[in-house]
Each structure stands twice: as structure tokens, then as C-alpha cells.
Unconditional design. Sequence first.
Length: 265
Amino acid sequence: MENSGVAVGDSRAQFSEAEGKTMMALIEELFPICRSITGNGVRQSLELLQRHVPLKINEVPSGTQVLDWTVPYEWNIREAYVARQDGTRVVDFAKNNLHILQYSRPIDTTMSLADLRPHLHTLPDQPDWIPYRTSYYSENWGFCLTHREMSSLDDGNYRVVIDADLAPGHLSYGELLIPGETDETVLFSCHICHPSLANDNLAGIAVATLLARHIQALQPRFSAVQLGRQSKQYAASWQMSDLAQSRQSLLQLQVLVAQSRRFHV
């Protein structure tokens, strides 16, 4: 027996297992993409999600005032590494996109380890973990690596390269509007801005995508169920502002599809 496209009864577990495999495949495909609060990685991820749900991609120009926040410059990165004088790369963004301090400005120079150290970020209490660090609103540059890797670096000079752009552009977010029976709105949202983080990013994206497919198979009571995929609270602020301006309906409920062990309602 089936109810609104969701299998029930004895076949329910099999259907859930199939969906679980779909979500894991989606997570694996999204995991290598370098995402930030803006940039081509966000667009690439949203375009990938369009294969699963009819997502509308919106672009908000840099400098746009959104409530008490201003859309920042767009950041895109192509290459980043720290190398010994013989060319051996000791930190390489190509191997793991967590290695870069998000929103790092471009640089190409040679410096001593003493000068480099203030720009290296580690977790001393978790010596085998690569931390996730950002610098959205202060011009800076840096790399993230395991504390064990940093402790093994020899004194001497290192070449430091970050090939990136930080310039006027757009903030991208995805939105799916599903009409319902009333004029009230429910907003489901999740963030898409973190790079290779499974729990704190990709789990929420996968759940929201499958949730959208289920809701599309129903006849929702509320007139619009908006499933937004955006950069943390930033695009969510724009989405809330735009929703308030474009619709007279009451925002009945906002659900953040959390990328952690609990839901926030």
C-alpha cells in the first residue's frame, strides 16, 4: 500500500533504504565541491540539485542591503598551496578544500616559517583534524592543516600561493515554491555554504532535497512551501525579506533543516 508517494506497511523499510542510498549518493557528489557564502561552487551545487528538484536559482548583487546586512563581494578560488623550496607541497587546497581560510585574498610570495606561522590554523587538542576557518569581513589570508602536519614543518622558506578573486559579483541561493491550499507559508531552509563537511552542511541539503520531493507528491495545506538552500542566515535574510515584500501571507513557520544532531524549529 502507498500513501501520497510514500510506501507504507512492509515495504516502508525498503523504500527508506532506497532513499538513504539516494541521499548518500547526493552527499558524495557534493562533497568535493568548494563552497563558500558566494561563488561558483555554490552555483555548481545548486545546478546539481536541479537534477533532483525544480530549484529556481536566484542571484543577489554584491552591495545589496538586506535588513541589517549587506551582500559581500563574491569569492572564487582556483589554487592554493604552501610549498618547500624544492617544490614539495606541504599544504595543498587541491587535496582538501578545508585547507584554505575561506575568503582568503590572493597572494604569491616566499616567506620564512616564522612569518608563515600566524597564517596557519590548527586544532592542537585534535591533532589529526583540519579545522574550518573563515574571514568573510576582514581582509586576510591563511591555511588550515592538522596540528601534527604543522609541527612537522622544518625551519626555512616556503612559497605561498593563493590564486583567488574577491570582487563584486552575486550571492546565489536556490528556492522551490510548492503551492498549497491556503495563503499561509511554511519556509524550510538549509545552508549550502560550507565546503567538504558532511554533518554540518551536506546532511541538511540531502534531507531538504528528499523532503521537497515528498512534499511535491502531497497537497500541502499551506499555500506555499518554500525550500531554500542558501548561505547560512545571509541568503535566508534576503529570502525572508523578499517573501515579506512579495507575498501578503503570514509566515506561519520557519524550519531550519539543521546540519547537526538536532532540528531547530
